[in-house]
Structure formats: structure tokens, C-alpha cells
Design a protein around this ligand. Structure first.
Ligand code: FE
Length: 130
């Protein structure tokens, strides 16, 4: 367990904006087509907004048309953890940062080759670095 993972709401409220806190720590979702990285095409690494761990590389980003940044794979196999999520009356798979537990989004089996997966991710959960 890392310090970040054990961080209290108070810990995170001091370090995140209200919207970041709602998405990252309370499993919220930013409205479609509003996130700053939805159409981002600059090469680089997308890291966790909360703890800075690298999560996705721009090489695996593609235009899914969903309104959220979409990747076909995490930057390393251990960077993102997947959990079953049955909230909101849907059976989905939630994605979280393996280091700090921050909510990232969901993963769906309708992505492009080579993995066939779509890691649908909130811009607010990410920080893009060139
Ligand atoms: Fe993190």
C-alpha cells in the first residue's frame, strides 16, 4: 500500500480541483466531448493526475468517437487495474490507477487491433506530458 492509496478524502481534496476529486476519488464521469484530451494528438505519455504514475502512451490513443480519450492498451500491463463494476444498472469493468487507486474510466471489448480493447478514460484523471 502506498501513501496515496491510503490517502483520505481530506488528503485528496487539498491536492485536486473539485471536478478532479469527483472523477478521480468518487468515480465520477466527465461529460462526453468536454475533456481536454479528447482530441489531443501530441505524442507523449499520459500519467495519473493524482500520483503521476505513467498510465497510457499516445501511441495507443485512437479516435473512438465516444467523447472520451480512448486507448487500446495501458503503457505497461501492471499500470492499470481492472475491477467489475455493476453500478448504474450496468455491468462494466472499471479501470483504476494501480499505484493510487484513482478512478480512470472503464474498459470495453470494442477497441481496435491489436488488443480489441477500448480503455475509455476521463481527461480529468490524466496528465499529458510530452
Ligand atoms: Fe495514480
Amino acid at each position: 500500500m502506498t501513501l496515496e492509496k491510503e490517502g483520505t478524502d481530506e488528503y485528496w481534496r487539498k491536492r485536486l480541483t473539485e471536478e478532479e476529486f469527483r472523477v478521480c476519488r468518487q468515480k465520477g464521469t466527465e461529460p462526453a466531448f468536454t475533456g481536454k484530451y479528447c482530441d489531443e494528438k501530441t505524442p507523449g505519455v499520459y500519467s495519473c493526475r493524482c500520483c503521476g504514475q505513467p498510465l497510457f502512451h499516445s501511441d495507443s490513443k485512437y479516435d473512438s468517437g465516444s467523447g472520451w480519450p480512448s486507448f487500446y492498451q495501458p503503457i505497461t500491463s501492471g499500470a492499470v487495474i481492472e475491477h467489475a463494476d455493476s453500478s448504474h444498472g450496468m455491468k462494466r469493468v472499471e479501470t483504476v490507477c494501480a499505484k493510487c487507486g484513482s478512478h480512470l474510466g472503464h474498459v470495453f471489448p470494442d477497441g481496435p487491433e491489436p488488443t480489441g480493447m477500448r480503455y475509455c478514460t476521463n481527461s480529468l484523471s490524466l496528465k499529458h506530458e510530452k
